[in-house]
Design a protein around this ligand. Structure first.
Ligand SMILES: [Zn+2]
Length: 413
């Protein structure tokens, strides 16, 4: 939800930042336009996902789709393994409907109780499918969650997909009230990075992105000023990371308003955000509002997928800094990719399921569970699994090595 572009004047303090970290850059480069495209396409295919009675079925289908994607990346559903509790939902009421926020928690190594929250709403307005608003943000957060899955970070990270943002930030308000402030002690938040509408405009130039700081010293409708300076510091850093990791975009400082970071801002948390900055091909002027904003024309062909891909790379770079990700190359991305690339054959299988994986992976465990998360069997270092006891159906195979945990589905005929 973005209504207007506010004029702004920020003093640009000069900060000293280190150069892009090579390991962070390698991970940022794991963002692919194919994945971004797939995520937006899958979400849009569901249709209008507004959180009201008319669209409730699709709102819930979107919720389920996003949760399944997190599971596919290896995050554990709390229904399946409550002790691990990586994927959870928060239910609240909006438009007389029971709606859910999706929250995925990645535990930090040094500060497990202090969180970097990366959020972006997944609901759409009732008028359209919201490819840009906010399929673009959802796709970015999914890529981030996939790439960081097995990367240790000092701070914990919460990837949050809020619901009912389009009805007045209702999902994020419910989260701040009923989770952040209701936890004892109160949840400690290092930073909230909100990502809402970063798709740009296909027919225009998309070379810059707004990095949004909390700047409410009497200039706008925001309420808290105690958190402004810290927000400005983080947002300046965000701009630097966009410049360093996105592969060609320039971050531009702007002000935060009208999206899911605002309930956090009003709660004195430190916030920052990303918002598109398409410019007219001829005049160079910023195009705002986006002509497709909140319309039935907010579809994939009207936005720029390469632009979202670049912003997502910047986000992967930035969040590694904010959460202090390991710079060790021991957990090389190539190893994670090797694990990720394992295959089943035949699939569908009958009596025997074979696992093909990179020959360098010799120490691994394999687990089969059903779609309800019920564990059926576990094996160690076996590439040929006896599946004669399994009933026909769809199952989830989880391959776990020292470096990665990957889930893939297979079918028993
Ligand atoms: Zn939005």
């Amino acid at each position: 939800m973005k209504k207007l572009l506010l004029s702004f004047s920020l003093l640009f303090a000069s900060f000293c930042f280190s150069q892009a970290n090579a390991t962070y850059q390698t991970r940022a480069n794991l963002v692919t336009e194919t994945n971004i495209t797939q995520h937006v396409t899958d979400l849009v295919a569901i249709g209008i996902r507004h959180g009201d009675a008319t669209n409730l079925t699709r709102n819930r289908a979107a919720r389920d789709l996003i949760i399944q994607k997190y599971k596919d990346f290896g995050y554990i559903d709390n229904d399946a393994q409550p002790a691990i509790d990586e994927i959870s939902t928060q239910t609240f009421t909006a438009n007389s409907q029971s709606l859910q926020n999706i929250i995925v928690t990645k535990k930090g190594t040094t500060y497990p109780n202090e969180y970097v929250i990366v959020c972006g709403h997944f609901d759409s307005v009732a008028a359209g499918v919201g490819a840009n608003d906010n399929g673009s943000g959802v796709a970015t957060i999914l890529e981030l969650a996939r790439i960081l899955k097995n990367v240790p970070t000092e701070y914990s990270i919460k990837f949050i997909n809020f619901n009912a943002e389009e009805d007045g930030l209702l999902g994020s308000k419910a989260y701040v009230t009923n989770v952040v402030n209701s936890t004892t002690p109160k949840m400690k938040i290092r930073l909230v990075l909100n990502i809402d509408m970063i798709g740009g405009i296909a027919s225009q130039n998309n070379n810059t992105v707004f990095c949004e700081a909390d700047n409410y010293n009497g200039t706008t409708t925001g309420t808290k000023t105690t958190n402004d300076a810290a927000s400005l510091t983080f947002t300046n850093q965000l701009k630097t990371y966009i410049d360093n990791y996105s592969g060609g975009l320039t971050g531009m400082m702007s002000n935060a308003y009208s999206s899911d970071y605002m309930p956090f801002e009003n709660n004195s948390e430190i916030i920052t955000g990303l918002y598109e900055r398409p410019t007219n091909k001829t005049s160079g002027a910023v195009v705002d509002p986006n002509p497709y904003y909140h319309k039935s024309t907010d579809i994939i062909t009207n936005m720029s997928l390469p632009y979202v891909t670049k912003i997502a790379k910047g986000v992967v770079g930035a969040v590694q800094h904010f959460a202090v990700a390991s710079t060790s190359t021991t957990l090389a991305v190539s190893d994670i990719d090797k694990t990720k690339d394992f295959e089943f054959f035949p699939n569908p299988a009958k009596e025997t399921l074979n696992i093909s994986l990179d020959p360098s992976i010799t120490d691994f465990s394999f687990e089969i569970s059903d779609l309800n998360g019920r564990k059926i069997l576990t094996t160690k270092n076996q590439k040929q699994i006896n599946t004669s006891q399994l009933k026909p159906g769809i199952y989830i195979g989880t391959l776990e090595t020292e470096k990665a945990t990957v889930n893939k589905k297979f079918i028993i005929q």
